[in-house]
Design a protein around this ligand. Structure first.
Ligand code: BGC
Length: 766
């Protein structure tokens, strides 16, 4: 597993490329500037076309340089820092202040401002500086696809949920995910994304769990970092959010997340740091909640001390929508831009500057950061042009991602994959599987083409927090895959009739769902709408029952012993039905592994109950004390000696693997071991490496320190080397504000999941 992927798209000499665009000269083929083209063996160095092209390029470049002589910051060869500094020097105070606040939000009646109409139907709009060539920010939400596209008569691909994507443990697929979203944002006329959620799953009932990448800082940070890196590479300004400890939705606008500095550094902040260091995003969104008493958007510890000073983040901090609570305090703490309005960073900020309460250098710092992000993200040099979305590419990437996201949780007697010659009839039950698959709600919502497949009576359009089903029918996809099998559907509304159909069929597949959304937490992890009872009854009628889960987070499974197989499909995206059918029939062998623990019951969680909200007049007393500290997810279960239903990192395949021969190189900090495919089918195993601090250290639990995806034919064995990531192993010392390696012998554990590590060795740190 590597932290930085090589650039996967054409990016030769950026400056020349841009000059070509401006001069109206066609783009060169991959990897070439004019001189490479002249040497191109296919064309031959004496080709008149080559010479003409080269002359054209040189003339074009000269023209552009001449044109931009009075605007040196328009030179794409200069580093973004320098360009930002140069243009800042030319700006008036008014122009700088325009960069530090939003101008309303489309579709929200209370958030309309004179310039809102310019927002392209998106979440936000920030004025640019036209006279100096600085474009406005045209901002859209885009967690698992571009939001609000349907409302604007446009099309967007829904990728699998971010949590699903994290279950692939595949940074390269995450990169493709980001590329698609970035490309579609541009095609829709946006130049900034609000994706990049990397909050850890401390609280699995959190309604936004599907927007995040699970409970482990290394996995979440790596996956989200790669998504956002590749999204920003499409020339949209990238974003990582919601910084920080915005780990539940209950009371999100005021909840105080109470946690020690060490604990937050080694858990939630670590995920942010890893994501930010990989993606180098233009923006980081501060969160609604308070952290140890101060709001996320006026918290000088998290914003100024950690993000900007310790981590050296050079982009801008953007507030979550109405997450700004003050002018001077927020500005001094490191908030750079208020969204979506100008309540504190509009006239009030101007007045604070005029009266000397906020210094001009502080305003310069805010404006410089916004400018830097624009140059860094490529949106000055290569503004978006509305065009047709590449639907085919989006669907292909969405399908591949879902095929890697699906997690096979149980598969008794190899009931899966379905072998057509052995299965003559299948009962498909519930989950609206005849028409579609579920998606996650809130500001992450992607509009389905043609509207909600399950239109509630009397509704013609979709609204905030409607349960939205994409028109991706797994029933139809399975019928296509299995043309000679009789496949019948029962809606599951009457358990008796569903059980009858199950009894008459060789095999039963029940589709179970759990809808979640921003601005709510789940009351429990049980499946809603009496689905547990339906599953019990159907499995009672036919033990050859497979449950397919469409969920945004973990669910409890009181019926687990009674069903033969369980497949977690998450929110599967625009091509989820095809991916799922491929996995069910075995055209694709499942490879996904859980990025969150599935507990047996809520009583096993660090917080069995989410603290209830106090009366309105005591709202600010609302707090959640994260006493479990860095022991998030699997680390909690290990230290509490609690057996989860399915552990972090768990996932089956249609084949089996054996691990052997672990050796650890303490100097190079690597683990080397062999993985063998011991089954009869080819497959890809995600081999996981964990380490535990030396005895005597207070935080002595297993931490994921690396992994590798290993593709093996039947019988094949491979020796792999995995680098042990120091960031996951070091401890944070509050007194010195430093990260240290505690000396001693670290346990190293290798295997298929956090609770199945057959190989152990030790790593010596002296
Ligand atoms: C959400 C953000 C989102 C913003 C704009 C807020 O309510 O918390 O994640 O980007 O709205 O839609």
């Amino acid at each position: 597993m590597g932290f930085c992927l090589a650039r996967r798209h054409f990016e030769p000499d950026y400056a020349q490329s841009l000059n070509r665009i401006r001069a109206g000269i066609p783009q060169l083929p991959h990897g070439g500037d004019a001189f490479k083209l002249m040497n191109n063996r296919h064309l031959g160095s004496s080709s008149p076309f080559v010479l003409l092209a080269a002359i054209g390029i040189i003339l074009g470049a000269t023209l552009v340089v001449a044109q931009d002589a009075d605007r040196p910051w328009m030179n794409p060869r200069l580093p973004p820092e320098e360009r930002a500094e140069q243009v800042l020097k030319q700006m008036t105070l008014e122009e700088k202040l325009a960069l530090v606040h939003g101008n309303g939000m489309a579709h929200v009646p209370n958030w309309q401002m004179p310039l809102t109409y310019l927002s392209n139907g998106g979440a936000g709009y920030v004025e640019g500086v036209k006279r100096l060539g600085i474009p406005p920010l045209v901002i859209s939400d885009a967690a698992y696809g571009v939001r609000d596209s349907g409302a604007n008569g446009r099309y967007a691909t829904a990728m699998p949920s971010n949590l699903g994507a994290a279950s692939s443990w595949d940074p390269e697929s995450a990169c493709s995910y980001g590329e698609v979203i970035g490309g579609e944002l541009r095609a829709q006329g946006f130049n900034m994304t609000l994706g990049g959620g990397v909050n850890l799953t401390r609280e699995p009932r959190n309604g936004r769990t599907f927007e995040y990448a699970g409970e482990d800082p290394l996995l979440a940070g790596t996956l989200v970092g790669n998504m956002m890196k590749c999204e920003q590479d499409q020339h949209v300004i990238g974003d990582i959010k919601h910084y920080a400890l915005n780990d539940q939705e209950t009371g999100r606008f005021m909840v105080n997340s109470v946690i020690s500095k060490r604990a937050m550094q080694e858990s939630d902040l670590l995920a942010f740091h890893i994501a930010i260091s990989i993606a180098n995003p233009g923006a980081v969104m501060c969160s609604y909640n308070r952290i140890n008493g101060n709001f996320g958007c006026e918290n000088s510890y998290t914003l100024r001390d950690v993000l900007k000073n310790d981590w050296g983040f050079k982009g801008f901090v953007i507030s979550d929508w109405t997450g700004t609570h003050s002018t001077e305090k927020a500005s001094a703490a490191g908030l750079d831009q208020e969204e979506p309005m100008a309540d504190y960073f509009g006239p009030k900020l101007k007045e604070a500057v005029d009266s000397g309460r906020v210094s001009l250098s502080e305003i310069d710092d805010h404006a410089r950061r916004v400018l830097y992000a624009e140059f860094l993200g490529g949106v000055v040099d290569d503004p978006p042009h509305k065009s047709v979305v590449d639907v085919e590419k989006g669907l292909e990437v969405a399908q591949r991602m879902e095929e890697r996201s699906i997690v096979l949780l149980k598969n008794n007697h190899s009931l899966l994959p379905i072998i057509p010659s052995q299965v003559h009839s299948i009962a498909i039950i519930g989950g609206h599987a005849d028409v579609g698959m579920l998606s996650g709600g809130g500001s992450a919502q992607v509009d389905p083409p043609g509207g909600n497949a399950i239109m509630p009576p009397g509704k013609g359009e979709t609204h905030w927090q409607d349960h939205i089903w994409f028109p991706t029918s797994p029933l139809k996809a399975l019928r296509t895959k299995l043309p000679n099998t009789k496949i019948d559907f029962d809606a599951g509304t009457d358990p008796k009739s569903a059980a009858n159909l199950a009894k008459r069929s060789d095999l039963t597949i029940i589709f179970a769902h759990q809808w979640i959304s921003e601005d709510m937490d789940l009351p429990s992890l049980s499946l809603p709408d009496s689905q547990d009872a339906l599953i019990e009854q159907v499995a009672g009628a036919n033990p050859r029952t497979i449950v397919v889960l469409e969920t945004g987070t973990a669910v409890t499974m009181p019926w687990l012993d009674k069903v033969a197989a369980v497949v977690e499909a998450w929110y599967a995206g625009s091509a989820g039905h095809k991916a799922l059918a491929n996995v069910l029939v075995g055209d694709i062998s499942p490879t996904g592994k859980l990025a969150i623990t599935f507990p047996k019951s809520e009583t096993d969680l660090p917080h069995p109950v989410i603290p209830p909200l106090p009366p309105q007049d005591q709202a600010l007393s609302y707090a959640v004390h994260y006493e479990e500290g860095p022991k998030v997810g699997y680390k909690w279960y290990e230290t509490q000696h609690k057996q989860p239903l399915f552990g972090f990192g768990f996932g089956l395949s249609y084949t089996t693997y054996a691990y052997s021969d672990l050796s650890v190189d303490s100097n190079a900090k690597t683990a080397r071991f062999a993985v063998k495919n011991t089954g009869k089918r080819a497959g890809t195993e995600i081999a996981e490496v964990y380490a535990r601090l030396p005895r005597g250290q207070d935080e002595s639990f297993k931490r994921l320190v690396g992994w590798k995806r290993v593709t093996l034919d039947p019988g094949e064995s491979q020796t792999v080397t995995v680098a042990i990531d120091p960031r996951a192993l070091q401890t944070f010392d509050e007194a010195t504000n430093r990260w240290n390696f505690a000396p001693g012998d670290y346990g190293v554990f290798v295997g298929a999941s956090s609770d199945n590590t057959p190989l152990t060795a030790s790593l010596a740190v002296r």
